[in-house]
Design a protein around this ligand. Structure first.
Ligand SMILES: NC(=O)c1ccc[n+]([C@@H]2O[C@H](COP(=O)([O-])OP(=O)(O)OC[C@H]3O[C@@H](n4cnc5c(N)ncnc54)[C@H](OP(=O)(O)O)[C@@H]3O)[C@@H](O)[C@H]2O)c1
Length: 259
């Protein structure tokens, strides 16, 4: 076995990656990494202007990058975006489901509408994209890779996060169930479960010394995460290197769930 044989396991040249929440911290980093490694990339999110700005930074790597705006919680939008990906790139090989929201609210202060919002933003958006892109992969008949961005909070409770924890735990189980359903089609479905990394939704934690201190007490690695911390896992789970990994939840969390 040569170095080239091993490196070729991670090759995504010419593959097509569809990325939801692409304007976000995780999604944009995954897009840049996959484009840098030669994949075609379709970026999706709710706002066209944000997507176009994001596409500029992703396409600097020379790969083909397209955008398609749509709400990931609306079935017709999801079908249109997956269809646009297939039409423009001839298929979809990798789905990264990174759209999501968070909310810290004790249950007695949380309205039913706010509960529904969290479940819709996280679980339903992920379900809809897995279904549309996964069924396109089944139809193509050349396998595929699905990466769902879950959370440490899909495995650990926290006061005020009932809706978020529930949505993330359900996303992990969605990955496991779809791994069973689509294994025979050579479609791998896995989760990446981060603790806290730098993003718009977590900026306040990075800026608040008391919260940072509390979080660091549970992070053996001794620092909060950066988006670049996920690139290795994204590449592993997007490439042939993970052909026998499915239904797994990867805790990429600085050791948070080890404590
Ligand atoms: N950051 C963390 O510490 C952390 C930890 C654990 C898990 N996660 C998970 O990682 C994933 C990516 O998040 P991120 O950290 O990259 O956050 P981010 O930078 O805030 O990006 C999230 C993206 O999701 C989309 N989005 C936000 N609210 C939405 C809603 N209500 N409905 C549909 N789409 C919505 C937004 O895209 P558009 O506005 O362009 O539509 C946004 O760019 C999420 O599922 C999150 O739960 C994050």
């Amino acid at each position: 076995m040569t170095k080239q044989d091993v490196l070729s396991l991670f090759d995504v040249t010419g593959k097509t990656a569809l990325i939801t929440g692409a304007t976000g911290s995780f999604g944009s980093t995954a897009a840049k990494a996959l484009a840098a490694m030669g994949a075609n990339v379709m970026l999706t999110g709710r706002t066209l202007s944000k997507l176009e700005a994001c596409a500029k930074s992703v396409s600097q790597n020379g790969s083909a990058v397209l955008v398609a705006a749509g709400d990931p919680t609306v079935p017709a939008d999801v079908a249109r975006v997956v269809n646009a990906t297939v039409q423009n790139f001839g298929g979809v090989d990798i789905l990264i489901a990174a759209a999501g929201d968070n909310m810290l609210k004790p249950i007695q202060e949380q309205s039913d509408e706010q509960w529904d919002h969290m479940i819709r933003s996280n679980l339903k958006s992920t379900y809809l994209y897995c279904k549309e892109a996964g069924l396109a992969m089944v139809k193509q008949g050349r396998g595929g890779k699905i990466i769902i961005v879950g959370s440490s909070r899909g495995q650990t409770g926290y006061s005020g996060l009932s809706a978020y924890c529930s949505s993330k735990g359900a996303e992990h189980m969605l990955a496991k169930a779809l791994a069973c359903e689509w294994g025979p089609h050579k479609i791998n479905v896995n989760c990446i479960a981060p603790s806290v990394f730098r993003a718009e939704m977590t900026q306040k934690y990075f800026e608040d010394a008391a919260i940072t201190k509390m979080l660091l007490a549970r992070l053996p690695i001794g620092r909060l995460g950066e988006p670049e911390d996920f690139i290795g896992a994204v590449l592993l789970l997007s490439s042939a290197a993970s052909n026998w990994i499915t239904g797994a939840v990867f805790n990429i969390d600085g050791g948070f769930t080890a404590t």
